[in-house]
Write a protein of this length. Structure first.
Length: 299
């Protein structure tokens, strides 16, 4: 909400400044126009803006997966996955820079050596190349924002920002509600039609561990053990790890539930948040959030 207001006031400010410049003043240099007013922002400049002041490990996966760093950006699309469908929509929008949270080519490091002869890989690569689309993965950096950008987006979408506690960033303490009510809430707020859960719909939940994405069994189980949430909501689980831990914990008598949202939907608000965060910095650039949605249907 605040971002939106900033966006509007900033647009107005730039508009006024341009009017003054038009009147022949030297406001241009006096105000020191920043990137936001430039018409030739490159992919690298956008990356520098997003990553400014944030340190991630040397082996970061946040690299260009297609295109070149010196490409002048005609528009930006933020999304969870640079799917073929999202790429086609970006082409329609004449936006040549896609910022995606997850891999483009079906593995964590986007290693494509093993895919060189694969028709699906080649189709997607050619589609990107022929349309001069750059794709940058924004994973490690957005999770290194403080607070975590994806988490912020998810908490905002759920109306839970006010419960964020920096001393326990992955936990929120909400007014007590039943597990069944919690499930209805997350389905509605995150536009999820169907999800899986383990637990009693009548269990009263107050302490909620929020783990969008795929944190891995050890991370999830470690948090269930240490934080003792009433319920964990997560993106995905390996079915032989966290879900079996929950089953045993419940059999032991612990009142602890698990709600599995699906990976794409669980983190999607993070990429919408990025659009709202980035737009005021580049008010003249078309930035669009395209939800890549979930690939699954339910029978
Ligand atoms: Zn993530």
């Amino acid at each position: 909400m605040t971002d939106k207001n900033n966006l509007f006031s900033r647009r107005k400010f730039v508009g006024n400044t341009l009017a003054l410049v038009g009147a022949g003043s030297m406001m241009n240099t006096a105000y020191g126009f920043n990137d936001s007013a430039a018409t030739s922002v490159t992919v690298q400049q956008i990356i520098d803006t997003v990553t400014k002041g944030i340190t991630v490990g040397a082996g970061t996966v946040d690299t260009l997966k297609a295109g070149k760093a010196d490409t002048v950006v005609t528009g930006i699309v933020t999304t969870m996955f640079a799917t073929v469908e999202v790429i086609r929509k970006a082409i329609d929008l004449k936006s040549n820079f896609i910022i995606a949270h997850e891999p483009t080519f079906y593995n964590h490091t986007d290693d494509v050596n093993w895919l060189q002869r694969d028709e699906v890989y080649r189709f997607k690569r050619d589609l990107l190349e022929q349309n001069n689309i750059a794709v940058w993965r924004l994973h490690d950096y957005i999770h290194s924002f403080r607070p975590d950008g994806v988490l912020t987006g998810v908490l905002q979408a759920l109306g839970w920002e006010k419960y964020y506690d920096p001393s326990e960033p992955r936990m929120v303490k909400v007014p007590p509600l039943k597990l069944g009510e919690l499930i209805s809430l997350v389905k509605e707020k995150l536009s999820i039609e169907t999800l899986r859960f383990i637990g009693d719909r009548n269990q009263v939940c107050e302490r909620i561990a929020v783990f969008p994405g795929a944190s891995g069994g050890r991370g999830q189980i470690g948090a269930l053990s240490a934080l003792k949430p009433d319920v964990m909501i997560c993106g995905e689980v390996a079915e032989w790890e966290t879900s079996e831990y929950i089953r045993d914990a419940q059999a032991m008598g612990r009142k602890q539930s698990l709600v599995v949202l699906g990976h794409a939907r669980s983190e999607q608000p993070g990429m919408r948040w990025l659009k709202e965060w980035l737009q005021p910095k580049y008010p003249d650039l078309k930035i669009t959030h395209i939800p890549s949605g979930s690939p699954f249907a339910f029978a």
